[in-house]
Design a protein around this ligand. Structure first.
Ligand SMILES: [Zn+2]
Length: 378
């Protein structure tokens, strides 16, 4: 059995449902230490983070991943136990096979091979792992990034192993992600009898024009390959259940997915300006989920495109779609960020899987990329 397949199986067998790590990082740091990496365990709250680095100075390439997985759901829904890795017809099944214990194992194997072949390589090569990507994402890479900022850690390039391929390994190169900003808005009115509206203040009537304006607004025309920023209302609650009572309060939840023409602060300001312009009395709680990032054309993107084209036989699609990833916390440190990983068709689903052939190709793919950046470029 190949090294990467064995390691992926060992990781799947540890049922590390977020924010648990269950020894995944210990297993990995043991191996990397043996290969000459300096390993640092950064535990914050319930969350394990591992920082392993090789090399002294110069440009730093970080491979970024997570050892936690989403819950499996009912065991009966799976064809085999989600935490007992099983191969059927050339496909490895298990929770985390694609998201993203396969990529993490491939990172480790690629790093071991890289430092064995190039002990005096240029720059630094590093692995950053967290056990809090699928959960709250507070004590994971977000906190590690704060630590790095405080100690002046310099990161130049970051490759996240999130499953990003669409139909075939290497057919997609993620070069950015949108930002996400959520809010809980309470519009305050005055409760009263529907027959005496002059003695009440209807928060629904007051909020509707403001919400329509926000929902209909064209925020921008998109940015590079990003779609236009979108504002979506996800929940609206008001009313006592009786049809003769004007409610005293309206609660609205909404979210913005935004491209790099905006940041959270500017969006909050714009939204509140609309609320005030409509004369609303309100309270609002914002949750900043992560700023967008975008890696324009440059050495990292060019190297990745060439490596992927070689592996999949065609130039990859270069995309900024999808949800968010931990790269959102690394990009603000000044690093260029991209994402390359296996096919994502089964992630978070029952019978999550990865093709064994793809899994076994991944270490070569990551190794080729590391070499392009830290050997040929030097
Ligand atoms: Zn993931």
């Amino acid at each position: 059995m190949s090294d990467v397949l064995q390691l992926t199986r060992d990781l799947i067998a540890r049922a590390s449902v977020t924010p648990e790590d269950l020894g995944c990082q210990a297993l990995i740091s043991e191996r990397l230490q043996r290969a000459g990496f300096r390993c640092e365990h950064l535990r914050y709250g319930e969350v394990d983070n591992l920082w392993a680095v090789h090399g002294e100075d110069g440009p730093t390439l970080v491979l970024l991943g997570h050892t936690d997985v989403v819950p499996s759901g009912p065991r009966e829904a799976w064809a085999s136990d989600p935490f007992v890795p099983e191969i059927r017809d050339g496909v490895l099944y298990g929770r985390g096979a694609a998201d993203m214990k396969g990529s993490v194992a491939a990172f480790v194997v690629a790093l071991e091979r890289f430092v064995a072949a190039h002990p005096g390589h240029a720059g630094r090569v590093a692995l950053l792992l967290t056990s809090d990507e699928e959960g709250d994402a507070i004590d994971g890479v977000r906190r590690v990034a704060d630590t790095f900022r405080a100690r002046g850690e310099r990161l130049d390039w970051c490759v996240t192993g999130e499953p990003s391929s669409t139909a075939k390994l290497g057919d997609l190169l993620r070069v950015g992600r949108r930002g996400t900003l959520s809010a809980t808005l309470n519009v305050i009115g005055v409760q009263g009898h529907v027959a005496y509206p002059d003695k009440a203040r209807n928060p629904i009537h007051q909020a509707m024009p403001a919400l329509s304006e926000l929902a209909a607004r064209r925020w921008d025309e998109g940015y590079e390959t990003f779609p236009p920023t979108s504002f979506q209302i996800s929940n609206v609650h008001a009313g006592t259940g009786a049809n003769n009572v004007i409610p005293g309060e309206l609660q609205v939840l909404f979210n913005l997915r935004y491209n790099p023409s905006w940041n959270a602060e500017a969006l909050e300001r714009e939204c509140e300006q609309v609320l005030r312009a409509h004369g609303l009395e309100y309270e609002i709680r914002w949750f900043r989920g992560g700023e967008p990032f975008y890696t324009p054309e440059g050495p990292l993107r060019a190297a990745a495109r060439e490596v992927l084209a070689k592996f999949s036989g065609a130039a990859p699609a270069e995309s900024t779609g999808g949800g968010t990833s931990d790269a959102r916390f690394i990009a603000p440190l000044g690093a260029q960020c991209i994402e390359i990983g296996p096919v994502n068709a089964s992630i978070h689903k029952v019978d999550e899987h990865v093709s064994v052939a793809d899994l076994e190709a991944l270490p070569d793919l990551y190794l080729a990329l590391i070499e392009r950046l830290l050997v040929q470029a030097s």
